[in-house]
Design a protein around this ligand. Structure first.
Ligand code: SF4
Ligand code: SF4
Ligand code: SF4
Length: 591
């Protein structure tokens, strides 16, 4: 039972519950304690040594992140000894650091850099003592790790283990040989890593970064032979404004479109178009599975980190995963088939660029299954296997897109809003909420209800699957049949639902699993920082946009209906299966 204790911080009295650390007590009192390793609720390794404080009666300084408060404790956070010790500890970190900020991708966004500024550390009086030089880990499609810039704070290790339960990385070696590594030092790309990028969201330095595809995208734009199409995912519009100083939760869809048009993309389209398409295919697949006694529960397939997680850790549930490709990939195959035909452009001249909140999408675009347009054109254009081309050519994160907008000299803040191009830019409110945890489920149920009953859900908002609770459940009566659904975000939460399936005890018909906390809105490619309060605000912006849209159900998207009429024929039809569906087997990508 926690009890209240009287404590003193810098000679002021406070009454606080005794189950907290000195760090939390100081924060509660509005006093900032510097740290480069602590992450609330996730990491408490006390490795950086910056949070030291003096405690009356104690000989040595105490690390505030691992010292609990107690009755009568007297804490001093700003003595000469404390300030000097923090500076010394930071200098020791910098001694082993390259300090070439101008060449670093994290320049001006780096916690280590700002900490040096904050603690007024201008020079380093210690020699570089780290003996072992570890080469950059370039093995992953999504991330790279530069060990030289790593300060061994272990935040990445703890997030991978505690939030994602992937445990792909650990700190190996001792003392001066210590470094973050994977099993047998094989590199991230040859490990259990699912490419989610949650580790890089918390890295305080430039040691962990997304693999940039910015240069390749500029080359495509500059190539007069190429017809360059860009698609932007739902979660981008609610977050990219943060890169330009807008408060979290500011919707900037129109400004984003205007910026992309100024950058000379030939068409600016919306992944929400293919999110609507996904809902129609996925909704029909669910209905078919229920009617024909197919494998249930069916699990969503939009999140490539989750797919990789299932392939690595739960191969037994692969049959449960919807055969629908993700909206990113559906868009790529539709752009290079239907739209290429419509415009009479050779699909090999089309370059499809994605802006995604997600580092795993970079990996997804390189999967061998994602070449449906090539298969479609193979015979007609007399193509050989060596001529194969991907449905999606390059994937940019939200941060990379913001970098490009800045590099192009575009005044994002003062742009007037513009609209997406037609037809692949047309979408509904159901597609907008895809970016939030529970959004795919809510969108799918809006359509599945209509397909089964012929009428609109009495209330489109399904509150039970909204919010940031780890696992959410809902139960709907559709034409006398009870449909049970569940939603999880963050891979640790997914394990609970997957365990039920493995044990044959799952009560659900349909499950949404998203890799990242908060869903795509909290993806590894999104602006940093991305704490829970920020996620809530971004999610709010998506629900707001859904409310304001004229059409809020995927099956009412007129451009998608036209696509069926003129090209795909019907949901789950032959052409849909060829272009929009796949079966994940895990083959060819296991280590
Ligand atoms: S990680 Fe930070 S401090 Fe280090 S070089 Fe990059 S910007 Fe500078
Ligand atoms: S990308 Fe995700 S799975 Fe890979 S190391 Fe980072 S946190 Fe772990
Ligand atoms: S890679 Fe980044 S988060 Fe991981 S230990 Fe190094 S500095 Fe910390």
């Amino acid at each position: 039972m926690n009890k209240q204790v009287r404590i003193k911080i810098n000679n002021s009295d406070y009454l606080m519950y005794d189950d907290i650390t000195v760090l939390m007590a100081c924060r509660n009192a509005g006093i900032k304690i510097p740290t480069l390793c602590y992450l609330e609720g996730v990491s408490q390794r006390a490795s950086c040594g910056l949070c030291v404080v003096e405690v009356k009666g104690a000989k040595s300084l105490m690390r505030a992140c691992v010292t609990n408060i107690r009755e009568g404790i007297e804490i001093f956070t700003n003595t000469k000894r404390v300030r000097q010790a923090r500076k010394t500890n930071l200098e020791l970190l910098l001694a082993n650091h390259p300090r070439n900020c101008l060449q670093c991708n994290k320049n001006m966004k780096c916690e280590l850099q700002s900490m040096a500024d904050e603690l007024d550390v201008r020079e380093c009086n210690y020699p570089n003592i780290r003996k072992r030089k570890v080469p950059v880990d370039n093995t992953s499609h999504s991330l790279f790790r530069d060990h030289e810039k790593c300060i061994l704070c272990a935040r990445c290790v703890e997030v991978c283990s505690q939030v994602q339960t992937v445990d792909a990385i650990e700190i190996a070696g001792r003392g001066m040989d210590a470094h973050v590594t994977t099993f047998f030092d094989r590199g991230l790309g040859n490990s259990e890593c699912v490419n989610c990028g949650q580790c890089l969201l918390v890295c305080p330095t430039g040691a962990l970064m997304a693999k940039s595809e910015v240069d390749s995208v500029w080359s495509e734009i500059d190539n007069p032979e190429k017809f360059v199409i860009i698609q932007t995912a739902p979660a981008i519009r609610a977050a990219i404004g943060e890169e330009f100083g807008f408060p979290p939760g500011t919707g900037t869809t129109g400004k984003l479109v205007a910026a992309l048009k100024k950058m000379s993309f030939d068409r600016v389209f919306d992944t929400q178009f293919s999110a609507d398409l996904t809902i129609i295919e996925e909704g029909n697949e669910l209905i078919e599975r229920i009617k024909t006694g197919g494998t249930l529960p069916m699990i969503t397939s939009c999140s490539p980190g989750w797919i990789r997680f299932a392939e690595k850790f739960y191969p037994g549930v692969l049959d449960h995963i919807s055969s629908c490709k993700s909206p990113q990939q559906m868009f790529g195959s539709v752009a290079k088939t239907y739209y290429a035909r419509k415009l009479k452009i050779d699909p090999r001249k089309i370059s499809v660029i994605s802006v995604m909140p997600c580092t795993a999408k970079k990996f997804e675009a390189r999967r061998p299954e994602m070449t449906s347009a090539f298969e479609y054109w193979k015979k007609e254009l007399n193509l050989k296997d060596k001529d194969s081309f991907p449905d999606v050519d390059y994937v940019l994160t939200t941060r990379e897109m913001a970098d490009m907008i800045r590099e192009a000299g575009i005044d994002f803040v003062n742009l007037s809003g513009e609209r997406f191009d037609s037809p692949l830019g047309m979408s509904t409110g159901a597609a907008t909420i895809f970016g939030a945890t529970g959004g795919v489920m809510e969108a799918a149920l809006r359509t599945a209800y209509f397909e089964l009953t012929g009428s609109r859900l009495p209330k489109l908002e399904l509150e039970e699957v909204r919010g940031l609770k780890g696992i959410k459940e809902a139960s709907l009566d559709i034409k006398g049949k009870r449909i049970n659904v569940a939603v999880s975000h963050g891979l640790k939460n997914a394990r609970q639902l997957l365990r039920q399936i493995k044990e044959g005890k799952s009560p659900y018909h349909f499950i949404e699993i998203m890799t990242c906390p908060g869903g795509c809105i909290g993806g590894g490619g999104q602006p940093i920082p991305a704490g829970y309060e920020i996620l809530k605000k971004r999610i709010g912006a998506l629900y707001q946009e859904d409310q304001e849209m004229q059409i809020r159900q995927s099956h009412e998207n007129p451009a998608v209906m036209e696509l069926y009429e003129n090209f795909l024929e019907k949901p789950l039809g032959k052409m849909s299966h060829k272009l929009l569906h796949t079966n994940y087997t895990g083959k060819g990508i296991y280590i």
